[in-house]
Design a protein around this ligand. Structure first.
Ligand code: SF4
Length: 340
């Protein structure tokens, strides 16, 4: 038994663990997180397909490549293209389709009718869970997503420090964002909350965020390290050391044993997978088919066309760690299991 085998850390303890420079203590933290994951789900790791179907956005987040003011090439995929890539991902073995979009005015104008049709097809014809990541939308649109059968609503606050939020998500409302998330939860969807590491937060901010993730009942909790984006106001901010992200993953695992915690291929590509799984992540996100013309977010093309972000590639790495990709049935059983 290690001293980490418990989940009720105080904010003071969290701050101490986030800032510790004791390598042995940090390794013990990761080992305890791995053990916790193993106890909950054995050798299974989940895998999500990523379908970023429109890169148009009405917002100007300072950390984002796709912000409105950035003069970049953009795309908006057709319904058929989205369904074709979703089907290819499902056939390759992913457990869920993550439908992600910028806050594209075109979809707001058409009241998300196309998106709801896509959700229905993936659910009813492809029999696969769906996560929708549409940004902030009205309660009426969230009702439509729920009725179409979306399982998850993903909307990351990035930080729970309101001043920092205003610097990151320029001209957006902290409260509206939180409201949309909680409304989706109350409509019966699982919610995902997320943090961005390395954007000016302090250890106290991270500790508070870790607590809030539990208080709002997030089923999936995420941290990603900031990657500077060309043409954005934060393009000269340095990407942080990954140790902070890894420690946050481990703390989330210990605090929330049944949570879905991503190892995102979007931060460091396929080479970043092993460290994140070793820190206690139980899910691989940002799997994108090669040469599909679809992009990632933080690293929009890294490893994509080379086939590095595939189930096959991830499964080979997991196999060397004594782990395997779960089936969609195993994933659905995990979701249905009552949480500790
Ligand atoms: S983070 Fe999302 S909402 Fe913000 S600019 Fe980028 S795509 Fe738009």
């Amino acid at each position: 038994m290690t001293k980490f085998e418990r989940k009720d850390f105080s904010e003071e303890e969290l701050v101490r663990l986030i800032t510790t420079e004791d390598a042995a203590e940090t390794e013990a933290l990761f080992a305890a997180a791995r053990k916790q994951r193993q106890a909950v789900q054995g050798d299974k790791i989940f895998a999500y397909g990523f379908v970023y179907f429109t890169t148009y956005c009405r917002n100007n987040c300072n950390f984002c490549y796709y912000r409105r003011s950035n003069d970049i090439g953009r795309y908006r995929k057709s319904e058929d293209e989205v369904l074709a890539v979703a089907k290819a991902l499902i056939d390759s073995g992913v457990n869920l389709i993550d439908l992600t979009m910028g806050e594209d005015p075109m979809y707001h104008a058409e009241q998300f009718e196309t998106v709801c049709r896509i959700i229905r097809t993936i659910k009813e014809e492809y029999h696969t869970p769906v996560m929708i990541s549409p940004g902030v939308v009205s309660d009426e649109i969230i009702d439509k997503f729920a009725e179409a059968g979306a399982d998850f609503y993903a909307l990351y606050q990035e930080t729970h420090n309101r001043r920092l939020f205003e610097n990151l998500r320029v001209d957006q409302s902290y409260d509206e964002r939180m409201h949309a998330k909680l409304y989706a939860r109350d409509r019966g969807m699982y919610i995902e909350e997320g943090l961005l590491a390395g954007v000016g937060e302090g250890p106290e901010d991270i500790a508070r965020s870790l607590k809030i993730m539990g208080e709002i009942g997030a089923r999936q909790v995420r941290v990603m390290s900031f990657i500077p984006q060309e043409g954005s106001p934060m393009e000269n901010v340095r990407t942080p050391d990954r140790l902070e992200e890894l420690k946050i993953i481990a703390l989330m695992r210990l605090m929330y044993p049944d949570a879905l915690i991503p190892a995102s291929l979007d931060v460091d590509g396929i080479k970043g997978l092993e460290d994140r799984i070793n820190a206690g992540a139980n899910l691989i996100t940002s799997i994108i088919p090669p040469r599909s013309g679809f992009m990632g977010v933080a690293h929009n093309v890294m490893d994509v066309d080379e086939g590095g972000r595939t189930v096959e590639e991830a499964a080979a790495i997991l196999s060397g760690m004594g782990l395997r990709i779960a089936s969609v049935e195993e994933y659905q059983a995990f979701l249905r299991k009552p949480q500790a």
